[in-house]
Design a binder for this molecule. Structure first.
Ligand code: CTP
Length: 419
C-alpha cells in the first residue's frame, strides 16, 4: 500500500515533533517516498538532520531560504503528493490551514496541494478543547480533511487530558487506508439522494417511511473519498450527515424532485438511494386535526386521500437534463425481488438497479448492513452477500466508475461536435 507512494509529511512545533521521527522512519521503511517539511518552530524541537537521515531525502524548512529551491519546489511538492500528512498538527498550524494562510513552506504546500489531507493534532488539552481550535478542525473536516484524533493521557504539561500523539501504528494505518482508496471518481460530479420523504397530514403529522439514510450517506462518503464532487440530497435521515459534501435538504417528494433536477445539471452520475414517498396527502390540513372536528367522518374515523407523487427517476428517463448521466436506482421489495427489479431497471431507463429484500434479516431499514442484488442492463445479475453498508457503497461505485469512463469519450465527442 505504501510502497512507492509520495507522502509529504509536515511536522509542527510541539513536543510530539520527536514522535514524528518514528512515523517518518516507519513510512520510509514501508517503501513510501517521504518529503518532510518542518515548520520554523518544529526545528526548535527536532533538527532537520534527524528527518533527512530517516527519510533519505532533503528536508524543507524555510520557504524563503536564499537558494530559492524551496520556493521553487513548493508547488511541485504539493502537486505530486498523494497524501499530505501533518503530524503533529499544532493549534497554530490548524488555524493557518483552516484560514488558507500560506506564510511558510508547510502552509504554502498545503494550499498548493489537492492531495488528501491527514491531520494528527497533538497539543495541550486546553488548547485542543478551545472553541477556536475545535472550530478550525470542523472547517478542515468539512473540507474533507481526515483528522486522527489525539489520545487521552499524560501530557507534557504534567496534566492528564486529550491531546496525546497517537501510536505510530495508528498513523500508518490511517495513511494506508487513505492511500488505499481508489481515486477513480476524481473530477466527477455526482448526486446522491438519501433518507425518506415526509408528506404533511397537518402541521404536526406526516406520512413517512422507515428509511434511515444510512445507505445514501455511505454512498456519498465513498464518492467523496474517491475524489468526486458530491451533492447529497437528504430527506429525513437519522444517520449523521457527512462532511466534505454539499448537502441539500428536501422534505417532500416534490422538494426532492426540485433538488434533484437542480443538482443534475452538469452531473456525471445520480444514485437515488432515497425512499421517495409514492403518495402524498392531497390536501394537508392547515391546522392540527382535532378529534371530534369536522375533519372526522361521522363514525369517528379519519380518511386521508392520497395522490401520486412525481416519480423522479421515471421523469429523468426522458428529461434532457439527465441525458448522459449514469443513473442508478434502488428498489426495496418484499416480494418477487427479481421480477420487480428487472421491470424498474427498464421502465426507469437506469444503468443499474440495486435491489434489496427488506424483509430479510440484516437487510432492512436502519440496519448497518445490507444484502443487495445488482441488476445491470443487458441482464447481468450480481448477488452481493450480507455486507456493511460502506462496503455495499464501495461495490456500487466500483460498478459506476467504469460506466463513467465509457461515457466520458462520448461526452467529449458531443462537446467538440457542438463547438
Ligand atoms: N423513486 C423516485 N421517485 C418516486 C419513487 C421512487 O425517484 N416517487 C426512486 C427511488 O429513489 C428508487 C427507485 O425509484 O431509486 C425505486 O423506488 P421504489 O419505491 O422501490 O419503486 P417504485 O418505482 O416507486 O415502485 P413501487 O413503489 O411500485 O415498488
Amino acid at each position: 500500500m505504501l510502497t512507492g507512494r509520495r507522502i509529504v509529511a509536515g511536522v509542527c512545533g510541539g513536543i510530539a515533533a520527536y514522535k514524528a521521527a518514528d512515523v517518518v522512519s516507519k513510512l520510509q521503511q514501508a517503501g513510501a517516498i517521504v518529503d518532510v517539511i518542518l515548520t520554523e518552530h518544529a526545528g526548535a524541537f527536532v533538527r532537520p538532520l534527524t528527518f533527512s537521515t530517516l527519510s533519505h531525502r532533503p528536508v524543507y524548512t524555510d520557504l524563503w531560504e536564499p537558494t530559492g529551491e524551496a520556493a521553487a519546489r513548493h508547488i511541485e511538492l504539493g502537486r505530486s503528493a498523494e497524501l499530505l500528512l501533518i503530524a503533529p498538527a499544532t493549534a497554530n498550524t490548524l488555524a493557518r490551514l483552516a484560514h488558507g494562510l500560506a506564510d511558510d513552506m508547510l502552509s504554502a504546500v498545503a494550499l498548493a496541494s489537492t492531495a488528501p489531507l491527514l491531520l494528527v493534532p497533538a497539543m495541550e488539552h486546553h488548547m485542543y478543547n478551545h472553541p477556536a481550535t475545535q472550530a478550525n478542525l470542523q472547517i478542515l473536516r468539512e473540507r474533507g480533511a481526515v483528522i486522527l484524533p489525539p489520545e487521552v493521557g499524560h501530557l507534557a504539561s504534567g496534566e492528564v487530558g486529550v491531546g496525546r500523539f497517537p501510536e505510530t501504528a495508528a498513523v500508518l494505518a490511517e495513511a494506508g487506508r487513505i492511500l488505499g482508496r481508489a481515486r477513480d471518481l476524481a473530477g466527477r460530479r455526482v448526486v446522491v439522494t438519501a433518507g425518506g420523504t415526509q408528506e404533511s397530514i397537518d402541521p404536526v403529522r406526516y406520512v413517512g417511511n422507515r428509511s434511515s439514510g444510512l445507505m445514501g450517506v455511505a454512498l456519498a462518503e465513498e464518492a467523496r473519498d474517491r475524489g468526486a464532487d458530491v451533492t447529497l440530497i437528504a430527506g429525513a435521515v437519522t444517520a449523521p450527515l457527512p462532511n466534505g459534501v454539499r448537502v441539500r435538504r428536501a422534505t417532500t417528494a416534490r422538494e426532492m424532485r426540485t433538488a434533484v433536477f437542480a443538482a443534475i445539471a452538469g452531473a456525471d452520475a445520480l444514485i437515488m438511494a432515497a425512499a421517495v414517498a409514492d403518495y402524498r396527502v392531497e390536501r394537508p390540513a392547515r391546522q392540527k386535526i382535532k378529534k371530534g372536528s369536522d375533519a372526522e367522518n361521522a363514525d369517528g374515523s379519519l380518511t386521508l386521500h392520497l395522490v401520486r407523487n412525481p416519480d423522479i427517476l421515471a421523469e429523468l428517463a426522458s428529461a434532457p437534463e439527465a441525458d448522459g448521466v449514469v443513473r442508478v436506482g434502488f428498489a426495496a421489495e418484499t416480494t418477487d425481488l427479481a421480477g420487480h427489479a428487472a421491470a424498474k431497471l427498464t421502465s426507469k431507463r437506469l444503468d443499474l438497479l440495486v435491489a434489496n429484500d427488506v424483509s430479510r434479516p440484516g437487510s432492512g431499514f436502519g440496519t448497518p448492513t445490507n444484502e443487495v442484488t445488482i441488476f445491470h442492463i443487458g441482464g447481468r445479475i450480481e448477488q452481493l452477500g450480507l455486507l456493511p453498508k460502506a462496503e455495499v457503497a464501495a461495490r456500487i461505485w466500483d460498478r459506476v466508475a467504469p460506466l463513467l469512463r465509457e461515457r466520458q469519450p462520448a461526452l467529449e465527442v458531443a462537446a467538440s461536435a457542438s463547438e
